[in-house]
Design a protein around this ligand. Structure first.
Ligand SMILES: Cc1cc2nc3c(=O)[nH]c(=O)nc-3n(C[C@H](O)[C@H](O)[C@H](O)COP(=O)(O)OP(=O)(O)OC[C@H]3O[C@@H](n4cnc5c(N)ncnc54)[C@H](O)[C@@H]3O)c2cc1C
Length: 413
């Protein structure tokens, strides 16, 4: 029997890859090394329904244990990979075991970015990346009247909205001038900022904190604003973005730059090694082939499919023929509001609004010249689904059609 496919990481991309490899009729052994002690689970609910008890551990599971058994997947929990030896085609685990591979797939995701601020180590200063973090937040919430959130990105705002609905006092700080500023159109930022403020969340933009304070028992007591004012809090969540896990890959000599560098087949600079998901920096056809690193379920899932197909092709002695070309999309649920994004908007020069923000349901269409690049939708799922289809088919509405709510975009398909 040939050496197996070894997958490092047991998250979104890893589970999809297991599924896709078997769908592609890959009959060899598959070993998944996950450093976590849990069966692979969905991360998105952690910042939404899970922390407020609206969903439980069982519902988070991506697949039951029997899924791995029935597909002959050797899922190893508590199994951190500590080194890769590309010459020997093997990985070493923290327990000292050597695992040979025929193909190695790196799906290690990302870690929360560190905030170097005084008081960072107080008890009750939390991040949110995995289920252990979410449990810590959930446990701590019972004694919490006030929470400070540093970072008004997706995770910060999702948690802010979920806790606010529960009656917890929430204060959010971000040094940027608008919420979710790196990802959405200014109009969307303004709408969410106003909506969260109206719901009672205290938002401070263009402002960081200078210190996290703690009581004598080591528990966090609040933060100090840049103007010296103290704000009380029994929990402080730091959500200022993530950094891709590249240490293993760069120590093994693989090209890394803002992630593990891969080509259109998710292959790294070593042809036996692939990377997918949050840790992979890939050329994206929806950004004219420019390299991007996306942090989304869609990206992890579709890249895993690309890798399975490339491995299946290699096994059949044919060159891979299904490059990664999926329409990027993402969602963020903030209280009862749904934000859905399709495409990549960073090269856009014109932004057209469809619908009235004041009505609480609208979309922003991003164009470069006459080409539609992306659509951000607020409480407008139909626009989002049509946008994915239009972008996938490379069909652009005119700006007038995009703006005109009476024009049915479906007729363009
Ligand atoms: C709280 C939260 C909310 C989110 N909400 C949304 C959302 O609403 N919509 C959306 O599209 N996306 C959302 N995301 C992002 C989405 O979950 C990620 O993009 C996706 O999980 C990436 O999949 P991945 O397989 O690359 O990494 P992950 O799913 O993060 O899995 C990586 C795994 O690798 C493990 N690992 C790392 N290093 C090693 C090692 N050396 N050895 C063994 N194992 C290792 C990690 O512990 C982890 O289990 C959210 C993420 C979080 C954290």
């Amino acid at each position: 029997m040939a050496a197996p496919v070894v997958i490092v990481g047991g998250g979104q991309a890893a589970v999809q890859l297991c599924l896709a490899l078997r769908k592609e009729k890959y009959a060899g052994d598959v070993v998944v090394c996950s450093e976590e002690s849990e069966l692979p689970y969905h991360r998105p609910p952690l910042s939404k329904a899970y922390i407020t008890g609206k969903t439980d551990d069982e519902k988070l599971l991506m697949r039951p244990e029997s899924f791995y058994q029935s597909r002959n997947i050797d899922l190893r929990l508590n199994c951190m990979v500590s080194a890769i030896d590309p010459a020997a085609k093997s990985v070493t685990t923290a327990q000292g075991e050597n695992l040979p591979y025929q193909y190695l797939v790196l799906t290690m995701g990302a870690r929360a970015r560190h905030l170097p601020v005084k008081g960072r180590d107080a008890v009750g200063v939390v991040e949110l990346r995995d289920i252990k973090d979410a449990r810590q937040i959930k446990d701590r919430l019972s004694g919490c009247k006030n929470v400070v959130i540093i970072g008004a990105g997706f995770i910060g705002l999702e948690v802010a909205a979920a806790l606010n609905v529960q009656g917890v006092g929430v204060t959010v700080f971000d040094t940027a001038e608008r919420v979710m500023g790196r990802a959405v159109a200014p109009e969307i930022s303004r709408w969410f900022e106003a909506t969260h403020r109206a719901a009672g969340i205290d938002i401070h933009l263009g402002e960081g904190i200078t210190e996290i304070t703690a009581a004598d028992d080591g528990n966090v007591s609040g933060v100090v604003r840049s103007n010296g004012e103290r704000i009380n809090a029994e929990m402080v969540l730091i959500g200022i973005g993530v950094e891709p896990h590249t240490d293993l890959a760069s120590a093994a000599g693989l090209d890394c730059e803002n992630g593990i560098v891969v080509d259109q087949y998710c292959q790294t600079s070593d042809p036996s090694v692939f990377a997918a998901g949050d840790c992979a920096n890939h050329p994206n056809v929806f950004a004219d082939g420019r390299r991007v690193r996306l942090e989304s379920v869609q990206n992890a899932t579709d890249q895993a499919r690309t890798i399975a197909s490339a491995i299946a092709a290699t096994e059949n002695n044919t060159p891979p023929d299904k490059p990664y070309a999926a329409v990027p999309w993402f969602w963020s649920d903030q209280a009862e509001h749904s934000l859905q994004m399709a495409g990549l908007s960073f090269d856009a020069d014109t932004h057209i609004t469809r619908g009235l923000p004041a009505d609480g349901s609208f979309s922003v269409f991003h164009f470069r010249g006459n080409d539609l690049l992306a659509v951000d939708s607020v409480n407008a799922s139909r626009d989002h689904m049509l946008a994915r289809k239009l972008l996938g088919a490379r069909i652009s509405p005119t700006r007038l059609q995009a703006e005109d709510v009476d024009f049915d975009l479906k007729t363009l398909l």
